[in-house]
Design a protein around this ligand. Sequence first.
Ligand code: ADA
Length: 589
Amino acid sequence: MTERLFSTHDVRPRQELDGLWTVTLNDAGETAGAGDPRADTLSGGRTVRMLVPSCVESIPGAETFRGVARYERTFDAGSLLGPLDEERYLRIVCRGVSHMADVFVDGTPVAHHEDAFTAFDGVIEHRPGARTVTIDADNRFSERSALHRENDYYSYGGVTRPVVAELVPERYVDWVHVTPIRHDDGWRARVEVRIASCRERLGTGEPGTVDGIVLRLDGRDVRTLTAADATEDPFVYRCTLDVPDAVPWTPDAPHLTYVQAVLLQDGLKVDDLIDRFGFREVRVEGDKVLLNDEPIRFVGFNRHEDDPVFGCALPVEAMMRDLNILRDLGATSVRTSHYPNDERFLDLCDELGLLVWEEAHARGPEDEHNPRFLGQSLTSLTEMVTQHFNHPSIYTWGILNEYESNTEYGRSVYVPMYERLRELDPSRPTTSATCNFPTDICLDLPDIVSINIYPLWYSDAPVDELVREVLDFVRSSPGAGKPLIVSEIGAGAIPGVRDVRRSKWSEERQADILSEQLGHVCGLDEVMGVYVWQFADCRVTEGWFAVRPRTRNNKGVVDEYRRPKLAYETVQRAFEEYRDRHRVPTTRA
Ligand code: ADA
């Protein structure tokens, strides 16, 4: 089970395509990729064997690779046996390819995708026997990709998240979304199910009919949806269920409920999808964030998916290692800066009760405005919310980290992003981390105001002075009266640099600064949550060389190998004081 942490299908046959693939690397200028079928231009490349998921940067000699990596493998599609023997399709699901992807089955293009951090899929007619899947992963920087560029984190290359082959009928279950609704006597669940059509996707005919969709909660049939439950969108069915015996999800008792949608055709179960959700409601009231009507507060870290050995393709054991360190530090929340995370990480957060700020991909500001920026940001946002809708640990959706919230152009990007977010999921509060003080003109848009501040690091002003200035500005802006989060605060240290003079980049100096910063902001009642920048040192791109010793962002409280710096205990203590003061339950193991 590599794709999620539980079985996602009882009915749909599937085969995980992890294991050995053949990888051909080509970084020689003009190459195939991105829908270009001139596959032979890869012929001069170097060929190696690699596991999926993986980053090409872990191949010896390819540590700084920028180019097209062609992953290829053949598997036996005859082993996928389903309940139907007519009109079946092979569906290839890629959970993440970094960062432009083209997918082919036996040389036929089936999917094109333009972001490393969300899943996508392609369908093609099924036939038994050997099928060859080819994935071109292109991690070159160009104007085609507005979100992947020189940055304060690294854009790796490769098939970096799991790949699965599935056998689906003409109509299949695309997604199931559950919105828990709290009312006086208990809980209801608003369920929406989307049924996709392979014919429609391939342009080969009208969608077939659907006889019924059986909904099951924790293995019990609760309702059958029929044509009468179809919405204005003929692919989406909707109903509201009373769930008198619902067990709530809370950070200290993170109970998960399983939902299954089973598709019926001619009396047969022809397809299904299983997901998990939690009975919990998050809402904003005045300057508070409420979870099941109780105000919540949190302390935690910004975390990049980055590892010195595995790049961004962290195995689940390494995700769990990070979560155990986070919990040892006393964190009760994590921000997925600056992109949607591997869904197995979210599955673990759901189970552990760690609150998640999940962020759509985009870290501002842009050097030059790329006309594709808004479209690609909207796609990242739409795919993130659609794919991760059910995770109870996600208490807020974040967008556009430190983007241009201080210009009219920037506002013209924020407005449609917030509109899309509210359309897709009105049930969760929204936020964006800003550093634009005192010029921000977008604080009317989010439900939660989030500020990135680096007193004593990027500014010489005393902590209390800088924080007061920022808070005075927020109080005089349309953000006044909304919940307030310090979404980034921190300082850098080169691991192992110790200095009695406590000079810049020494571990002593980092610990001093974090102690002063947290001592002040954690003491402010109006601050609902604090995220330290950052959890672990991470790789950055070469363009950041001048300002980033070791070509890493060194503000981790652990280094890239997760070895604690001096600041580890400083943060641990500050978090403990904050939790004690505000009675925040810990998820510490
Ligand atoms: C920013 C940004 C982070 C990181 C950080 C830093 O505010 O959001 O991605 O670059 O600062 O280390 O300076």
